[in-house]
Design a protein around this ligand. Structure first.
Ligand SMILES: Cc1ncc(COP(=O)(O)O)c(C=O)c1O
Length: 401
């Protein structure tokens, strides 16, 4: 019998949403995983992390296993400060909080800023787990379209002006992934970045800049919003998940001291000392720029392999954005419902994520799918796209071919 537990008002409201993880497909064994936004297993430094743990325990004994005390914890913070400085963001200790992944940072930001009256502006499409987090706090969103140049700032401006004219609540927060966006792979132009900051000032909202993929550029790196933020309105969120290992759960948030202090108030897992000290130990003596260069080269190759295979095997009506970094290719298959096509793709041996999970208004994602070139090996990518091409060829309505 179901017990009637006294859930809080906020939790009861959140329970009305779809349960988290609806977008996760059960992928049959042997299926090529073009759905997984994970690093390629060979690029995860498991041997080095094993050595880092051994070094940590040899040198610190039980220290990193206590609540506090490992000298490597402040070292990790220094490493992050230095990396941010390379990208033109100078941070004091008080302006930086190391979190259990970018996801915890997004949750903490929501915790301190959102309530059931708050409006959050998001990109359409956007990272589905962030949508789930925001949905735990509010049901009010404003979804702004994306094109090949990132968030459509002209449309955003119109939408804000319209809201203001109608006396509607303006957003408190804009959530954006300006560089190598998940799921579209697109990057916001410099001009649009400036426009976002101008709008933030004019309409008085904060900006959550999620930069989970920002260091995985195949060419030039885009300038961070946080690096051109005179009003201190940007909360920058970074992560080592995509460039070291997601299971280590190391991310961070950087922003105005008052906001970071508020987040620290609610972060009750301390510095999750073992993970932070292990990461610091791994990073010691590592030439991080060369490490990044290796990853950039590897993912650029894999991206090119995927794009070449798409050109070879997909019907002419299908289109996509060619990424210049990150993990993803966003594909449009006109006339096809990609949720309905998925069982056939899985049976054929290839997995993708249907586009609808990345939209607030799921219908908008009907004809889209997200492919990831990060996880599978190059030959698997080619094979997977060939299989996908066959499935799409059988599914696409004749008039679209
Ligand atoms: C845009 C974006 N932000 C954040 C994350 C999560 O990062 P972390 O593993 O650091 O929580 C992901 C992971 O897929 C992501 O795609």
């Amino acid at each position: 019998m179901k017990q009637n537990f006294p859930f809080s008002k906020d939790i009861k409201r959140a329970f009305q949403n779809d349960p988290p993880g609806q977008w996760m497909t059960v992928v049959p064994t042997g299926c090529i995983r073009l759905n997984s936004g994970y690093p390629q297993p060979v690029l995860v430094p498991s041997i080095e992390i094993k050595e880092a743990v051994a070094r940590l325990i040899d040198e610190e004994q039980d220290l990193p296993l206590h609540y506090i005390g490992s000298p490597r914890i402040p070292e990790l913070k220094k490493f992050i400060q230095q990396r941010m400085q390379k990208r033109e963001v100078v941070l004091s200790e008080e302006e930086l909080l190391v979190t259990s992944g970018a996801c915890q940072a997004i949750d903490l930001i929501s915790r301190i800023l959102l309530d059931d009256e708050a409006v959050v502006a998001i990109e359409a499409p956007t990272y589905m787990e962030a949508l789930e987090v925001f949905g735990n706090y509010t049901e009010h969103f404003m979804d702004v379209p994306i094109d090949a140049n990132g968030l459509d700032t002209d449309r955003f401006e119109e939408m804000l002006a319209d809201k203001e004219a109608k006396g509607e609540t303006l957003p408190r927060l804009l959530y954006t992934i300006p560089t190598f966006q998940n799921p579209t792979g697109t990057t916001m132009t410099l001009e649009r970045r400036k426009k976002v900051l101008e709008l933030a000032e004019r309409y008085d909202f904060l900006v959550l800049e999620d930069d989970a993929y920002g260091e995985l550029a195949f060419g030039e790196q885009a300038r961070l919003l946080k690096a051109m933020d005179p009003g201190n309105r940007v909360l920058y969120v970074g992560s080592l998940s995509k460039v070291v290992a997601p299971g280590m759960r190391i991310g961070w948030v950087a922003g105005a001291e008052e906001l970071v202090t508020a987040m620290d108030w609610f972060k009750k897992d301390l510095h999750h000392p073992f993970a932070q000290a292990t990461m610091a130990s791994y990073l010691e003596g590592l030439d991080f720029d060369s490490h990044l260069q290796e990853l950039q080269d590897a993912y650029q190759r894999k991206s090119s392999v995927m794009v070449a295979a798409l050109e070879k095997f997909l019907p002419k009506s299908v289109s996509w954005y060619t990424p210049s970094g990150g993990y993803f290719v966003w594909v449009q298959v006109p006339g096809v419902d990609t949720v309905q096509m998925l069982p056939e793709a899985l049976a054929a041996g290839v997995a993708y994520v249907p586009g609808r999970y990345f939209f607030l208004n799921q219908e908008e994602g009907r004809e889209f799918l997200r492919l990831s070139f990060s996880y599978a090996e190059e030959e698997q990518i080619v094979k997977g796209i060939e299989l996908l091409g066959q499935v799409i060829g059988r599914t696409v309505p004749q008039e679209n071919n």
